[in-house]
Design a binder for this molecule. Structure first.
Ligand code: HEM
Length: 500
């Protein structure tokens, strides 16, 4: 990040003055009749210091202190954080139409992503077109057509674990990268996580992750800084690099279409329907790139969390395995067709996603009009965040929330409850369009891994179930697992090499 020096002090002063005016607007001007939700006191001008690390946990503490909805101010920006399930439903879902926007992000959205990355795109016509294109290929019915790709890759996870159990986290990352590359670009060879293409995409993602972190670029609080010469030049260079990468990936499919060798995939679909969705070439490249960006590491993280949960909660694991043994037996592998009959597997994955939510802090939405909630106002322009971690630990909805208890997802008749939902995939109009693909990935990997192996901790290397990266989508730090095959190795290998 650029240090402020004397030559741009004037601009900084102007920024401060402008910030002050905005501040005054929040503090005195627009208080209207209702107050904003309560929150910790802050500096009259700078407001509150946003946590520099582990924000979802610190926000959860503030929820305990200030209630289900609290607010923080940083310079001119107001943040409203929701930490309870009911409030999240009342605000994020019921007021979804007023919260479809994203907070303005000059650094990550406008500069690094050139205004084309769907996850940080503001509401409006372009977002609608992008989401329509994604929905066309990710909605539940279409997601079902990817099941053979998911089964093939999930079987490879079992084989990889047999060959090299130590690298279980890498195998799952390979699963997710390979599956997304197939769906997006029609690549049907297993993609190694060390593929140069995957490495290059991941480099872009790491950069994006760094830039999007609140507070990493002051320009998002004081927009005038964008006129400071050189301030955003690195981000512009990175944008050119990622655009070239995404365009290159799309060009391969374009060429295959000319040669008649293109496989059915998202890239082919959007190229064929470019006019219908009115997407420019660069937008096409980015929306295909978004599939990998949003869907690869998130999926891998969620699968790894189910494996960690199994090793740490052996009773819960046994319940799933008893169900697998009764319903599936030992002569075949579980498949998607069996899901209805495997509610324990479903409950186990639902509880894993609640226990350690991948998108732990939730993503910011921007209010496009004043929202009244109880006796408070969430003013137009505020950034509203549903804190997944705090909501996951709401004791009213998830009693004894620290306990890993898949049985909480069952109703009295032993069916998966349809009145209970956790916000794994976010909220309202910005809900994750990849959720149907993701759920299928988590289901098939959980079912196959628990069918094939008994998972446990290595007593010499206990698992720290809180050792995760401090990033928007969190990843478990490396940890050891012991995989004890539940069938003979030959049998697992034979069943994994059977064609579907
Ligand atoms: C377990 C895996 C996944 C998790 C936990 C996850 C979670 C999320 C969350 C929390 C959001 C933001 C929602 C909000 O703003 O409230 C999101 C957005 C998004 N996800 Fe996922 N996701 C997963 C897998 C996927 C997959 C597999 C794909 C694509 C194939 C995908 C594509 C997207 C896209 C494109 C967005 C941006 C949507 C927008 O901003 O309008 N995700 N995801």
């Amino acid at each position: 990040m650029l240090e402020l020096n004397s030559s741009n002090l004037c601009i900084a002063c102007a920024a401060a003055l402008l910030g002050g005016l905005w501040c005054a607007k929040y503090v005195f001007g627009s208080r209207r009749r209702l107050p904003v939700p309560p929150g910790p006191p802050g500096h009259w001008f700078f407001g509150n210091q946003l946590p520099k690390s582990r924000a979802p946990f610190k926000f959860a503490e503030l929820t305990e202190e200030y209630g289900p909805v609290f607010s923080l101010r940083q310079g001119p920006r107001l943040f409203v954080v929701i930490g309870r399930h009911q409030a999240a439903m009342e605000i994020m879902e019921k007021e979804g139409a007023s919260l479809a926007d994203r907070p303005r992000s000059i650094a990550a959205a406008e500069t690094l992503s050139g205004g084309m990355r769907v996850v940080v795109e503001g509401s409006g016509d372009r977002l609608r077109r992008l989401r329509r294109a994604l929905h066309a290929r990710l909605q539940s019915k279409v997601a079902g057509t990817y099941e053979p790709i998911q089964v093939r890759n999930a079987k490879n996870v079992l084989l990889d674990i047999l060959d090299d159990p130590k690298n279980h986290q890498m195998h799952v990352k390979r699963y997710a990268a390979s599956m997304i590359m197939s769906i997006t670009y029609g690549k049907n060879t297993p993609t190694a996580y060390s593929d140069p293409e995957v490495v290059a995409v991941n480099r872009c993602l790491t950069r994006f992750g760094q830039v999007i972190r609140p507070g990493s670029y002051q320009v998002d609080t004081y927009p005038i800084l964008k006129y400071v010469p050189g301030y955003l030049s690195t981000l512009r260079k990175w944008h050119e690099e990622e655009l070239a990468l995404f365009e290159g990936q799309l060009d391969v499919v374009r060429q295959q279409m000319v040669e008649g060798t293109a496989k059915p995939c998202f890239a082919k679909f959007i190229l064929e329907h470019q006019k219908e969705y009115s997407l420019a070439d660069k937008e096409l490249a980015y929306v295909a790139g978004a599939m990998f960006g949003a869907g690869s590491d998130t999926t891998a993280s969620a699968i790894t969390i189910t494996m960690m949960a199994a090793a740490l909660h052996r009773e819960a694991q046994t319940k799933v395995q008893e169900e697998l043994d009764t319903v599936i037996g030992r002569d075949k592998l579980p498949s998607f067709d069996d899901q209805e009959m495997l509610p324990q597997v479903t409950a186990f994955m639902l509880e894993s996603m609640r226990w350690r939510p991948v998108s732990i802090g939730g993503f910011g939405h921007r209010a496009t009009k004043d929202i009244i909630w109880k006796d408070y106002i969430i003013p137009k322009g505020a950034t509203v965040i549903g804190n997944h971690w705090a909501i996951a630990n709401d004791p009213e909805v998830f009693p004894n929330p620290q306990k890993f208890d898949p049985q909480r997802w069952f109703d009295a008749e032993g069916k998966i409850r349809d009145d209970l939902r956790f916000c794994t995939y976010g909220f309202g109009r910005r809900i994750c369009p990849g959720q149907h693909v993701a759920n299928r990935s988590i289901f098939i990997n959980t079912a196959l891994v628990l069918w094939a192996f008994r998972l446990s901790e290595n007593p010499a290397a206990p698992i720290d179930s809180f050792a995760f990266s401090d990033t928007a989508n969190m990843h478990a730090a490396p940890f050891q697992l012991v995989f004890e095959p539940r069938a003979s190795e030959e049998e697992i290998r034979r069943l994994c090499s059977d064609e579907e």
